[in-house]
Every structure is written in C-alpha cells, then in structure tokens.
Write a protein that binds this ligand. Structure first.
Ligand code: UDP
Length: 249
C-alpha cells in the first residue's frame, strides 16, 4: 500500500480513512515491519518547530495521522478532505482487530494506578487482548533504559505509549532500535480515559470537531497550551494554503 501524504507546515500527513489506517497497520504487523505512528495535532507541530530532534522524529515516522481538528482544517484549506483519526480510537481498534490474531500489547505511561486500571478495563472491553507488559510513565532516564530492555524481553507486537508529547515520541524513537518489529503509537491521555479517570467528550461534540474545546473546559490547565499554539498554527495554515494555490497566468 503506497502512502499518500499532504504537507502541512513542513510535515507530511497521511491522507487516508480510519479503516485504511487500521488496514495499513495490520499489514505492517503481519509482515513484522514495525512502525512509529504519530497522532499529529497543532501543538505537536509547534513543539517540533522549536525542537529539531522532535521534527526529525515526525518526518521519519511510518504513519502520521490527522488527530486534532486543527490538522483537519489545515488540510481542508489546502483542498484535502480528511477525517480526523483520533489516536485513542486508532489504538483501541488496533487492539480489537489484533486480539483476534493473538498479537500482544504493551502499555507504557500514565500513573501506576491508571495504567493498571486501564489494563483491567481493556481486558473487560476486549476479552482476547493480550497485554504482556505495563509500566507507568514516571521514570528517570536510567530507568528508561531498563524499560527498553524489559520491552525487548516481552517482545510486544504493539506498544502504546502515553507520556504526552514530545516525551512519548522521543521514547518511542529510542525503543525502535531495540524493537524494530513492533508497532508503536503515542496515545497521550488515552490511559486516563480507558481507566475512567477522564471522560471523553460526548459523540456529538466529537462529531462536530469540538473535542478539544470540551477537553479544555474539563482540564483548564490545557488553556495555556492552546492559546500558545493555536493562533500561530492557524495563521501559518492560512498563509500556507494561499502559497499552495495554483498561480493563474
Ligand atoms: N505522563 C506520563 N509521564 C510524564 C508526563 C505525563 O506518563 O512524565 C502521562 C500523564 O499521566 C497522562 C499523559 O501522559 O496520562 C498525558 O496526557 P495529556 O492529556 O497531556 O496528553 P494529550 O492527550 O494531550 O496528548
């Protein structure tokens, strides 16, 4: 399957449906090719613009999905209709589909009680899921080396990393050299949702692209991140779309 991408402010975003993202990943899993899936949002782009190490990681990722309504909007301004692919939904669907084929999953991130509770709840939701490894997300750099070794031993097919951006993708990048056959995906606050600590926006709010507003109201500390990144991102998106327009002679 060829990747079809569109460039948004220097970063290639995959143009595909949710189902295609699942199929593409399952294909990679079956071939043991390993992947790093980035769930892109405007905040990640702004972080990457300030940290070249992060920008490089995004540029070499195997799949960059349009999480975040801002990315969907920036693509729309460039004439591309792309559905939002939320990391939390993609990760859950991958667990559902892969559980039927006995693939194994590792969970790394969030507080210890949260990751344990997420594991329990996932097992109820997806009875066949095989969670072979868990670790909380509060560890030092030396400890991270140990976690990579433990992951190497556990040999998970899928690794969900919930450390928030950019930590999760930097950690994934480090792991990939040792676990080249695993599929990694950074899933932000997903474990908190699966554990029942944080509620997701109702479906209708998600459908109209306003989950981020809901999350900001529920967790006001997010406000700082949003107002620091969103206006710059939108401004650049408009400039970018004007530059991208075909010239009339
Ligand atoms: N987290 C972690 N280690 C850290 C910092 C954060 O495990 O050093 C976890 C935190 O407990 C939460 C997740 O990372 O579960 C970050 O969630 P956030 O809502 O910030 O991510 P988003 O969904 O916005 O990407």
């Amino acid at each position: 399957m060829e990747r079809k991408t569109k460039n948004i402010q220097g970063y290639n975003v995959d143009i595909l449906t949710f189902q295609e993202a699942v199929t593409y990943t399952m294909l990679k899993l079956s071939k043991q090719e390993g992947m790093h899936i980035i769930t892109l949002n405007p905040e990640i782009i702004e972080l990457a613009n300030k940290k070249s190490e992060y920008a490089d990681i995004i540029k070499k990722a195997d799949l960059v999905v349009a999480d975040g309504t801002g990315i969907k909007l920036a693509l729309r301004l460039k004439g591309v209709k792309q559905e939002r692919i939320a990391g939390i939904d993609l990760a859950k669907e991958l667990m559902k589909v892969s559980s039927k084929m006995h693939y194994t999953v590792a969970l790394v991130g969030a507080k210890e009680n949260v990751v344990q509770s997420a594991k329990r709840k996932l097992k109820i939701d997806i009875p066949k899921v095989r969670i072979c490894y868990t670790h909380n997300g509060y560890f030092s750099i030396p400890k991270s080396e140990e976690i990579v070794e433990e992951l190497e031993e556990a040999e998970p097919d899928i690794v969900l990393v919930a450390l928030g951006a950019p930590k999760q993708d930097i950690f994934i990048d480090k792991c990939r050299k040792k676990l080249p056959h695993s599929v990694f995906i950074g899933v932000g606050g997903s474990f908190d949702v699966w554990a029942g600590e944080v509620k997701r926006a109702p479906k209708l709010i998600r459908a109209i692209g306003c989950e981020w507003i809901y999350r900001t109201i529920k967790q006001p500390k997010r406000m700082k991140r949003i107002y620091k990144t969103l206006p710059t991102f939108l401004f650049k998106a408009i400039i970018d779309s004007v530059k991208d327009r075909p010239q009339k002679n």
